[in-house]
Design a protein around this ligand. Structure first.
Ligand SMILES: Cc1cc2nc3c(=O)[nH]c(=O)nc-3n(C[C@H](O)[C@H](O)[C@H](O)COP(=O)(O)OP(=O)(O)OC[C@H]3O[C@@H](n4cnc5c(N)ncnc54)[C@H](O)[C@@H]3O)c2cc1C
Length: 465
């Protein structure tokens, strides 16, 4: 295996976070190498994409390719939540064209990774980063091995590294050991794929369906390949106890299906066409999202319960922030310390705000007697620990989301079209749930004296300059 022995920026992982960070950095003219453990296309869960990904995919220049691919357009979401039903209709955002998709992730991720390659990133697949070499507390090189032949190995030195290795989280789990599981959202997901499932009887075309049961909830995601992804999310302890009692994952899943009239209706006569897959304990955050010479992006930094389909949004959003931060540092516009503080603050704010929102969503479930829903509540102490009471209040009133969503979308549109000003995007209350952004893009909203800038280059700008 021949590979560069050194690179300006190394990106570990070719999922949405890695491909976006690498692609944006290459667009800025830097030398970027991306190492990906698998050979694409590879399977991945996380199929329901939010409209908030669109401006970032547009910035990357890959939106048209995604749009042309033929994925299932996603008109919004429909919640069968306890006694209530809620609709989220993206067209209420003022754009009749699809802004979101239900994607087969193996295909979506391959489009993004190929695009990064076209932008000049040296992408090497089938290579696992095994560990990093440090000079003091600064990583300076990665030791890699071919995934299928551990004897074939090597070393690559770098100036900067973006860890976008997903749940694997090379830096947080192997080196810093600073990943903390959340006490709330200790859930399990078990999912499979159905052929011949009926479309949701209500809601916008192609919507994700979310249907609560007594002790959890199901997602229903229609895919363009004719299958429907239907997954159960439930408390870990309950899941493990039931699995032991009933003897199989399928039995636990089937028992929950029996609690949901809507899921029964959708899969009546349908055929299950895949084995069950399971993920456990999937809400965590690293104590720090960066350090000397490195940033953590996407799931490598933090992950949140999938209730509001926020994973790919956080992955691409953090990748954009990382690319802007590293670009400005390499151009000498800001110090590493300043940029990293900006990155950590902004990304953590976006994450924590969604964490609170997910908890609020669970709390809104009317069946207060159900253990599952109570288990998803943030305690006062946890809220204080997050230091986001203000953010919480703002979410409840919807103010923050309205401001931020309008801001980021309009700014990117302005940049892409060269227009001086953009019309604000009207959002209704429910759409705010699906339009989470916390991007400081003006002097007034600067964080630690810095704000994101897209023109003339992607980077960070100092307020007042
Ligand atoms: C049950 C469940 C349902 C979900 N549903 C949704 C949803 O509907 N919508 C949504 O937006 N999100 C959803 N998510 C979240 C979503 O899957 C992730 O947030 C998203 O994939 C994160 O992207 P990423 O690029 O950070 O990581 P990944 O997509 O995981 O990519 C990381 C890449 O790094 C590679 N890698 C790992 N280790 C190494 C190494 N040592 N060396 C080299 N390469 C390495 C991996 O092979 C992988 O390709 C869901 C998650 C779960 C668990």
């Amino acid at each position: 295996m021949s590979m560069r022995e050194s690179t300006q920026i190394l990106v570990v992982g070719g999922g949405p976070a890695g491909a976006t960070a690498a692609g944006l950095l290459a667009k800025e003219g830097f030398e970027v190498t991306l190492l990906e453990r698998e050979r694409f296309p590879r399977y991945h869960i996380g199929e329901s994409i939010l409209p908030s990904c669109r401006p970032i995919l547009e910035l990357l220049g890959v939106w048209d390719k995604v749009e042309r691919h033929g994925f299932q357009p996603k008109g919004g979401a429909y919640f069968f939540w306890g006694d209530e039903e809620w609709e989220v209709r993206f067209s209420a955002m003022g754009d009749d064209n699809p802004s979101a998709w239900q994607v087969v992730r193996s295909e979506f991720d391959e489009i993004l990774l190929d695009h990064a390659r076209e932008l000049g990133v040296e992408v090497v697949e089938g290579i696992s980063v095994k560990e990093l070499e440090f000079d003091g507390d600064r990583p300076v090189a990665a030791l890699w091995a071919e995934t299928k032949d551990a004897a074939s190995k090597g070393r690559i030195a770098f100036d900067y590294i973006v860890d976008a290795s997903g749940r694997n989280g090379v830096i947080a789990t192997k080196h810093l050991k600073n990943r903390k599981l959340h006490e709330v959202f200790r859930n399990v997901a078990a999912w499979t794929y159905w052929k011949g499932a009926k479309p949701l009887p209500k809601g916008p075309a192609g919507a994700i369906g979310v249907a609560s049961t007594a002790e959890g909830w199901f997602w229903v995601i229609p895919l363009h390949d004719g299958t429907t992804s239907i997954g159960l999310v439930t408390g870990r302890d309950r899941f493990n106890a039931q699995r032991a009692e009933l003897g199989s994952i399928q039995a636990v899943y089937d028992q929950s299906v029996e609690q949901s009239a809507i899921i029964q209706e959708l899969i009546a006569g349908a055929e299950r066409v895949a084995d069950f897959k399971v993920e456990q304990d999937y809400s965590y955050a690293a104590e720090s999202f960066g350090g000397p010479g490195f940033l953590l992006s996407g799931d490598a930094a933090c992950f949140l319960d999938p209730l509001l389909s926020t994973g790919v949004h956080l992955a691409t959003y953090s990748a954009m922030l990382a690319a802007a931060s590293i670009s400005s540092v390499l151009r000498g516009e800001v110090t590493e310390e300043q940029a990293w503080e900006f990155y950590g603050t902004v990304y953590r704010h976006a994450y924590e705000r969604l964490l609170v929102l997910v908890s609020v969503f669970y709390e809104s479930y009317r069946g207060k007697d159900y253990h599952f829903y109570n288990a998803q509540r943030l305690t006062e102490q946890q809220r204080d620990g997050l230091n986001i009471q203000d953010a919480f209040d703002r979410i409840i009133t919807g103010i923050a989301d309205l401001e931020d969503a309008q801001d980021v979308y309009a700014k990117v549109q302005q940049h892409l079209t060269g227009a001086e000003s953009g019309d604000p995007i009207p959002l209704n209350n429910l759409n705010r749930v699906h339009e989470q952004k916390a991007a400081p893009m003006t002097e007034e909203s600067a964080v630690r004296g810095l704000y994101l800038s897209f023109f003339p280059k992607l980077g960070l700008r100092r307020a007042g300059e």
